[in-house]
Design a protein around this ligand. Structure first.
Ligand SMILES: [Zn+2]
Length: 319
């Protein structure tokens, strides 16, 4: 049996879905955020199915966002569960929060380069620091790669590495049931944000997250899928190819909107954010920043836009 558990998180996205597989080894896919409320809800929902946290034998972490991985260390401390995750997540999870904090100067550099004003940069790095309380470091037992298989409650599930929303995000696919655990790669009601992220080889080169994301979406569109069980919200049981086509189209539309805004002359990414999201709150700036940079990457990839340096600032202009 597989159960979907909805756990509260303190984040704007709301509840997160984690998945519990019974069978030889009780396995939890994602864990929720590191808050007492989330932990209590997990305990209660396990109890209604006759389990306790200490019964969990394996945890699979789909990606390193704090609503998905936050409680992993707590669960391991109580159960001794073995943790599995994609290679790209290992350094981050095992060295939290040092690895997270090591990214801060890089993010500040990217923000400076793209014209984010000083006061707002400080606010943003304050948010990042605050978020560190929602996770703890945890040892990884099994490193997952694309194409690996895991037996979950008697069925073979394939690991799919689908970078984009996060560079180490994995989905799990069961071909006979045509079922996909999509985590945040594909959600029914929310368009997944391709987050600003360090390149995983540690070269301080920003990943082109949206370009990667669209390639991952195209890969999932090729699969026969009857049912998608996502990281947030309700399952997707209608045509996933139509949903993916809509997502890709909306990204192209947004890229067109940015290209249109550049018709009046070159601008920094932050100037573009002000045009595209005029009423943006500081709390949403990081998301908007990720999104606009992603669309600029896409336009560069398409040969429609290029960057020009003016001092420490990067300006984008139409080709
Ligand atoms: Zn999430």
């Amino acid at each position: 049996m597989m159960h979907s558990l909805s756990l509260p998180t303190p984040f704007p996205v709301g509840a997160v879905n984690v998945y519990l597989f019974e069978g030889d080894e009780l396995t939890l896919v994602d864990t929720g955020s590191q808050t007492s409320r989330t932990l209590e809800s997990l305990r209660q929902q396990l109890a209604t199915r006759g389990f306790q946290i200490r019964d969990i034998r394996r945890v699979i972490v789909t990606h390193t966002h704090l609503d998905h991985c936050g409680l992993t260390a707590q669960i391991v401390a109580e159960s001794g569960a073995r943790v599995f995750t994609h290679r790209n997540n290992v350094e981050w999870l095992t060295q939290f929060p040092q690895r997270w904090q090591a990214d801060e100067p890089f993010l500040d550099h990217i923000a400076t380069q793209n014209g984010v004003p000083g006061g707002l940069r400080e606010t943003l790095s304050g948010y990042v620091t605050t978020l560190a309380r929602y996770c703890a470091a945890v040892p990884i037992y099994g490193v997952l790669e694309d194409g690996d298989q895991m037996t979950l409650d008697g069925a073979l599930w394939q690991v799919m590495h689908t970078p984009g929303h996060s560079g180490g995000l994995v989905c799990l696919y069961q071909p006979e049931q045509q079922c996909l655990l999509s985590s945040d790669h594909l959600l029914k009601k929310i368009s997944s944000n391709p987050f600003v992220e360090l390149s995983v080889n540690g070269t301080h080169k920003r990943r082109h997250s949206l370009v990667e994301y669209i390639a991952s979406l195209r890969r999932v569109a090729e699969l026969p899928v009857q049912r998608i069980l996502p990281g947030h919200g309700e399952p997707v049981t209608d045509d996933h190819r139509a949903l993916i086509a809509r997502r890709i189209q909306s990204h192209h539309n947004r890229a067109d909107q940015i290209a249109h805004a550049l018709a009046s002359g070159s601008q920094t990414a932050y100037q573009l954010i002000r045009v595209i999201f005029p009423n943006l709150s500081p709390a949403n700036t990081l998301l908007a920043f990720s999104e606009v940079l992603g669309h600029l990457d896409l336009l560069e990839e398409q040969g429609r836009v290029r960057q020009q340096a003016h001092g420490e600032l990067a300006y984008y202009r139409l080709n």
